[in-house]
Design a protein around this ligand. Structure first.
Ligand code: FAD
Ligand code: NAP
Length: 544
């Protein structure tokens, strides 16, 4: 097939978990498809993020594809939380197993996507100078793939080495004998800091605001346990789909009021002992809606920080007080707080002593200049909308997505956008996406989109567009649900608060994965209610 002159049924942008499964699903339905991927390899998140300590924070048994029984039986995870190399090996295995590679074009960044109304197709232009055309465009660009770059004055003058955790050198970095600064203490910093501290001569941790972190209690995955899970993997996967955040519950959580003071501590103790986010986030069923339930868990974690970190002044700086636990994505760590007891680790509180300048030899804060040989930026991402808006996307009548979303993203179900026909967004804003196990949300979206395209083909239709009314209602609903939770009280990347000038709006759907799935299924069952469907040009079928 010629690379750029054939009109395809669908183009998928991105070859992470989402893009790969989308390709597999559409190919199985007989659609002609191509994936365009900016990276030089597949894997998305797991291709780009190679910093020390990087691993998943949802157990691998659950943080993996469920769509193929043989795949899930054959693949053996070695640890409770797999490392990045293991997850990347898994994704590469999936690619080989389903022969996905032949429809993936690497090293190709989509710069522009325009809907040609007459031709009923999306025309994409890439940084390789190629042009692609397809009836459908499926954005699988990732919620956490557009890097938040460092913008400190003087950065260019620094004579040492700088790294961004999400663009880590493939050959790794040796910090032995070096003085290192890490800027950023989100999930990434929390994973990287303990390992860099073990290598470096001296480590300075620049923290702007402390995050809550809970122990992973990572360990080799017990073969017996893995066998037992695989004996009825389908049941575990179903439990994940039915759990609010895509991770199966050991036992259904109950509200705070069901427990007396002693029992509350016991519930927290149990979560802490087990390790991982769910034990603390779901200690109580109302942890994210009832401030008192959240306070109990947050206080518990604060007390753990204070007892772990020996220097009380350092401990106090590490204790988060500005947001409810879980309102920023809860970090999951191995020896994070313990690391601050090491003699070679210094915590710099950027909130009270802001970074003023990067100098040729280090970092100058308001109070001091610290000499370092290397700076690691763990600054996170322009999340959820960043990668989408990095592409100049134009819909009907030249409508610009950047302009339409200037005050915050507007979608119908996080799947479609009014005025942008035949464009689908996997884990787009307005869907549960990053709140929980993202693979569960990816699979749900991929399966919904594949079924939708099959339905359209079956009914002789080839144009689908969210109606403005359905979109307006959905945006209002997403907002209303968010306002009933504690999520909105944190300055988080969920809210766009980590990027200067980004509109502040809670972007994911906080109603839970099962509720959301039911809504999407109902929409499909009612002939894709809220979408206008038609056959090229003529409105043959418009259910709403
Ligand atoms: P991605 O994996 O981000 O893939 C998107 C791909 O699109 C990228 O390869 C990118 O290069 C490509 N792309 C983007 N724009 C363009 C363009 N214009 N042209 C061409 N290609 C483009 N979630 C969990 O549920 N559990 C976890 O434990 C977990 N751990 C994480 C750890 C890290 C370090 C990070 C950063 C995120 C983690 N996440 C986790 C979230 C993670 O992003 C998702 O779980 C999942 O991997 C997303 O898959 P995706 O395919 O949607 O996006
Ligand atoms: P993040 O949570 O956004 O954290 C970025 C950190 O950089 C924050 O501490 C932030 O401080 C700080 N920062 C940003 N700009 C700064 C500046 N100008 N000066 C000083 N500090 C600055 O990003 P992340 O840690 O990469 O994580 C993003 C998400 O990816 C996670 O929430 C999670 O969903 C996923 N992830 C998961 C894992 C895992 O455990 N599996 C690992 C990594 C990432 P403020 O808090 O003050 O903004």
């Amino acid at each position: 097939m010629s690379r750029n002159h054939t009109r395809l049924d669908a183009i998928i942008v991105g070859a992470g978990f989402a893009g790969l499964y989308m390709l597999h699903s559409l190919r199985a339905l007989g659609f002609s498809v191509r994936v365009l991927e900016a990276g030089s390899g597949v894997g998305g998140t797991w291709y780009w993020n190679r910093y020390p300590g990087v691993r998943c924070d949802v157990e691998s048994i659950d943080y993996s594809y469920s769509f193929d029984e043989n795949l899930q039986q054959d693949w053996q995870w070695t640890e409770r939380y797999a490392t990045q190399p293991e997850i990347l090996r898994y994704i590469e295995h999936v690619c080989e197993r389903f022969e996905l590679g032949r429809d993936i074009q690497l090293d190709t960044r989509v710069k522009e996507a325009r809907f040609d109304e007459e031709a009923n197709s999306w025309v994409l232009h890439t940084d390789t100078g190629e042009r692609f055309e397809a009836t459908y465009c499926i954005a699988a660009v990732g919620c956490l793939s557009a890097v938040n770059p460092p913008r400190f004055p003087g950065l260019d003058s620094f004579e040492g080495d700088t790294y961004h955790t999400a663009r880590w050198p493939h050959e790794g970095v040796d910090f032995a004998g070096r003085r290192v600064a890490v800027v950023g203490t989100g999930s990434t910093g929390v994973q990287a800091i303990p390992l860099i501290a073990e290598q470096a001569d001296q480590l300075y941790v620049f923290q702007r605001s402390p995050n809550f972190s809970v122990p992973a209690r990572n360990r080799p995955l017990d073969p017996e346990l893995q066998r037992a899970i695989k004996a009825d993997y389908a049941a575990r996967r179903q439990a994940a789909r039915e759990a609010a955040w895509g991770v199966p519950n050991d036992k259904p959580p109950r509200p705070l009021e069901d427990f007396n003071a002693q029992e509350r501590v016991a519930v927290c103790d149990e979560g802490w002992r087990k390790g991982g986010a769910p034990g603390m986030l779901r200690a109580f069923s109302d942890s994210m809606t009832n401030p008192e339930a959240n306070r109990v868990v947050a206080e518990y974690v604060r007390s753990k920080i204070r007892t772990t970190v020996r220097d009380p002044a350092v401990a106090e700086k590490l204790v988060p007080t500005d947001h409810p636990l879980g309102a920023k994505r809860l970090c999951v760590d191995t020896n994070y707080y313990e690391t601050f007891n090491r003699p070679n680790v210094t915590l710099i509180d950027v909130a009270s002593t802001p970074i003023e300048q990067i100098t040729p030899h280090g970092i100058r804060t308001r109070d001091a200049e610290l000499s370092v040989d290397a700076i690691v930026f763990a600054l996170g991402f322009d999340a959820i909308t960043g990668a989408l808006l990095a592409i100049d996307i134009r819909g009907r009548n030249g409508a610009s997505l950047r302009e339409k979303w200037a005050a915050g993203p507007r979608t119908y179900l996080g799947l479609g956008v009014a005025e942008f026909p035949n464009l689908f967004t996997i884990t787009g804003p307005g869907s549960p996406s990053v709140l929980g196990n993202v693979i569960v949300s990816i699979e749900q979206h991929v399966e919904w989109i594949a079924a939708c395209l099959a339905y359209m083909r079956e009914h002789g239709l080839d144009r689908i567009e969210a109606t403005t009314a359905a979109q307006d209602n959905w945006v209002a609903h997403v907002d209303e649900v968010a306002r009933g939770t504690l999520f909105v009280s944190a300055k988080s990347w969920f809210m766009g608060a980590n990027i200067a000038g980004k509109p502040r709006t809670f972007m994911p759907y906080a109603g839970g994965v099962p509720t959301y799935r039911r809504i999407c299924d109902d929409v499909a069952r009612r002939g894709y209610e809220g979408f206008a469907l038609s056959a090229s040009g003529s409105l043959a079928h418009s259910p709403v």
